[in-house]
Design a protein around this ligand. Structure first.
Ligand SMILES: *Cc1c(COP(=O)(O)O)cnc(C)c1O
Length: 334
């Protein structure tokens, strides 16, 4: 593994002034649940509404001169980041997304001036289209998680957490392809090896969890989830984010859709924050008692706010939610 803290420090310089150093705020309610101070890293406040801006900017700004356009597959937020970063450099951007990606995310990408291709039923289908564009149209692909610049960009979140709060004992990172959790773990443990970094995924289609258990990247079935941003595989050819997560994460825990539903209500009613299902998995895991008791302040990354508002208002109102064939029975908050 040749990624190091130096790459993350370089990424911070590259993205400064474009991605924000977001606030790290205490959640008084979650403190009572965790029995320790509980901090929220508010990446929902980034210019594109998600942390993915960091990695996308670092990757796009490091492209050599002469590149004319970029492409990627995305569950929505990486596409937004790449579209935004490409716009800053005046590059063409073609974002490939599957039919599972919510309409609100598709429109968000389009609004940034990128071309959008909707293709197939999975991230793998979207990736295949992106790779076709590389071969046929000479675009450069920017992986959502398996790219050293992307991982280093996401890792800047770990730097900011530990610089603001060197006493942080546990970081909870929403986990999908592992660019975020891998980068944050590398940053945090390079600064303080005693910080526990735990990845959290939904139990429906947890690709990195299954891959770590299998000892190699494996395919998982992709199903609709409240945490739609955590969908998709880790890539059978994964080079970087799989070994990083395998070697640096202390644990990976899974949460149910019902726990995510409850955590979205919690963050809204207790902290007045509107956030995607993917962002609240750390809160869900703590509330459901799936984590060891933190030995000091715990922090979770509120990764983004780009959700479908009609689904969100149903959750806030305690109504039922349909995810394909799966139904979540509604429940009013408290
Ligand atoms: C992409 C994403 C994640 C997970 O990041 P990975 O690097 O793929 O593990 C978490 N939350 C949101 C909102 C995302 O868009």
């Amino acid at each position: 593994m040749d990624l190091s803290l130096a790459d993350i420090l370089a990424a911070r310089k590259t993205i400064a002034g474009m991605a924000d150093a977001t606030p790290l705020v205490p959640s008084p309610h979650m403190r009572t649940v965790a029995g320790q101070e509980f901090l929220l890293k508010l990446e929902n406040m980034q210019p594109i509404g998600a942390f993915k801006l960091r990695g996308a900017l670092n990757a796009v700004m490091n492209l050599p001169e002469g590149v004319t356009g970029v492409t990627c597959c995305s569950t929505g937020n990486h596409g937004r980041g790449v579209a935004y970063a490409a716009g800053l450099r005046g590059l063409r951007a073609v974002i490939c997304m599957s039919e599972l990606v919510p309409q609100a995310k598709v429109e968000g990408v389009r609004a940034l001036g990128a071309e959008v291709r909707i293709i197939g039923q999975s991230q793998d289908d979207a990736l295949a289209e992106s790779q076709r564009l590389v071969a046929e149209e000479g675009l450069v692909e920017i992986s959502p998680f398996d790219d050293p610049f992307v991982i280093a960009g996401q890792g800047t979140i770990g730097l900011e957490i530990l610089e603001k709060r060197p006493d942080t004992a546990m970081i909870l990172a929403p986990l999908s392809g592992g660019g975020l959790a891998g980068g944050v773990a590398l940053a945090a443990k390079s600064i303080n090896p005693r910080v526990a970094v735990i990845g959290v995924s939904m139990d429906r289609g947890a690709a990195m969890y299954q891959s770590i258990r299998a000892g190699k990247p494996v395919e998982v079935e992709e199903t609709p989830s409240l945490a739609d941003s955590l969908g998709g595989g880790v890539g059978l050819e994964n080079r970087l984010s799989f070994p990083l997560c395998r070697d640096y994460l202390d644990d990976v825990v899974l949460v149910t859709e019902e726990e995510i539903y409850h955590a979205m209500q919690t963050l809204y009613y207790e902290d007045r924050i509107v956030a995607e299902g993917a962002c609240v998995v750390g809160i869900a895991a703590m509330q459901a008692g799936r984590l060891p008791k933190p030995r000091g302040p715990a922090a979770t990354i509120v990764t983004g706010r780009n959700l479908d508002m009609s689904q969100f208002t149903k959750i806030i109102n305690g109504q039922d939610i349909a995810l394909g064939d799966y139904r979540i029975a509604g429940k009013a908050y408290r």
